[in-house]
Design a protein around this ligand. Structure first.
Ligand SMILES: [Zn+2]
Length: 462
């Protein structure tokens, strides 16, 4: 065999057990108490956990946005991902007005294929619904992209889709087992709060969260749920940031609506006090970070299981790019880095403090996204026959999340003062060691495009 991992403690979405793992080529071929070689390389994982590689279903690499481009491309972004134990990312192919969904998928594949260092898949973002795009929905699912993303906000950026179009996409995608992801914020309320503040001369980054109080997300989530229920669709709320949003999704789930919540690491670590800091602009993203009660509720959702996934919403900008909005917070490019910190933060702050179990960490970082996005059982677990996407996680490794220790291209880290206890020591992607002790050891362009499966019976259960 090519790789033998000895003496590790394996954690999947449902089990924790001691075993060795044998890998041949890209695939796990042996799991057992005493797997013997010979093997080209043997790793001793005594005292360490072996986790399924993380799936970050929410990245924006090399994306044109707010007059500039996100700073990480598919190379630096996926090096960062691999360094944090993420072995699959799902990025968003943004439909440009006047172009088809396939144009966007092709554009994104041209950007990603030569550079991507871990495996990747794409979501199709629908920004304009016309007869061409409507007819494309089935073909996009058949192409291996059974998930769509719709924006209820960002009218000025050309992303907002009206409610009738949202409903129509939901109804059409539902026919083919597709999943519809939504950015839920009420655009009209944001516009009202923004113009009021600007008229009062309030232009600093500290006013950004005031334009998007919790009702802005809460109302939009409820509206999206109502549309999805009527359309009979599976829906996914990206970057859930508030108690109101989370509770609306949880209550809908309890009524049998197939709605799933994602949250992001920054909502679990910070509160909106960060916007008053001198570097407040670096925390400008949408939805903005909210109050302590929201932060606590999202942790509770992870613990209780109604928050299903962790995505990073990795869409970051350098200080120079952030300064575009120095005199007007509405012009600050929205977004932060995060793909590298998902697993370390969930472990340090969640597992170590007893809020979530190690199995839950694996569920929200790997098993659930694999199930929801049609990658399971190739991804999302450690099993004979599955891809050898593995993280050897050292529970005693201490890493401060400074700009120097992280791999994004940006020149700052919002987690500068955050020290993790527990960190991925080695990341293995389809049998290949791509990260060892913070050093990327893979090759640019080695990642593969993954064609994903729709939900066969079209009724998604998790
Ligand atoms: Zn996003």
């Amino acid at each position: 065999m090519d790789l033998l991992i000895k003496n590790g403690t394996i954690a999947t979405g449902s089990q924790v057990f001691q075993a060795d793992i044998g890998v041949d080529g890209c695939i796990v071929t042996h799991i057992g108490r005493d797997v013997r070689g010979p093997a080209s390389r043997v790793l001793d994982a005594a005292g360490k956990f072996v986790l399924p590689g993380g799936i970050d279903a929410h990245t924006h690499f090399e994306m044109p946005f707010m007059g500039t481009y996100t700073a990480d491309d598919f190379e630096s972004g996926t090096v960062a991902a691999a360094s944090g134990g993420i072995t699959t990312i799902i990025d968003f192919a943004m439909q440009q007005k006047g172009y088809s969904l396939f144009d966007a998928l092709e554009t994104w594949r041209r950007k990603a294929d030569p550079k991507v260092c871990v495996d990747y898949a794409l979501h199709a973002v629908v920004t304009e619904l016309n007869e061409t795009t409507f007819d494309e929905i089935k073909r996009v699912v058949d192409y291996g992209v059974p998930s769509f993303k719709l924006y209820m906000a960002y009218r000025n950026e050309g992303l907002l889709l009206d409610d009738a179009s949202i409903y129509r996409v939901m109804q059409e995608a539902a026919k083919y087992g597709g999943l519809v992801g939504l950015h839920c914020e009420n655009e009209d309320l944001i516009g009202h709060f923004t113009s009021t503040l600007l008229k009062e001369g309030k232009t600093g980054a500290e006013y950004h969260p005031k334009t998007k109080p919790t009702i802005v997300e809460g109302e939009a989530v409820r509206r999206a749920l109502a549309l999805a229920e009527y359309a009979g669709a599976n829906m996914y709320v990206v970057h859930t940031s508030s108690r109101l949003g989370r509770e609306a999704i949880r209550d809908a789930q309890q009524r049998g609506i197939r709605a799933f919540a994602e949250t992001c690491p920054h909502y679990l670590v910070f509160t909106d006090e960060v916007y008053a800091r001198p570097d407040g602009m670096n925390f400008v993203m949408s939805p903005p970070i909210k109050k302590e009660a929201d932060r606590a509720s999202l942790w509770q959702g992870l613990a209780e299981g109604d928050v299903k996934t962790m995505g990073s919403d990795h869409a970051c900008f350098t200080t120079q790019q952030k300064l575009i909005g120095r005199d007007d917070f509405t012009k600050i490019p929205n977004g932060v880095a995060g793909t590298e910190v998902i697993i370390p933060i969930l472990y340090s702050q969640g597992v170590r403090e007893g809020t979530i179990s190690l199995n839950r960490l694996v569920q929200v970082t790997s098993f659930n996204p694999a199930r929801l996005f049609g990658l399971w059982p190739q991804k999302g677990t450690i099993a004979v026959g599955s891809d050898a996407d593995l993280v050897i996680f050292d529970p005693e490794k201490k890493v401060r999340l400074t700009v120097d220790n992280l791999h994004s291209r940006i020149d700052h880290s919002i987690y500068e003062d955050y020290t993790c206890l527990g960190y991925p020591a080695i990341t293995i992607c389809r049998g290949e060691i791509v990260q060892e002790n913070g050093h990327f050891t893979g090759k640019k362009g080695r990642g593969k495009f993954l064609r994903r499966k729709p939900h066969a019976d079209t009724r998604l259960q998790l």
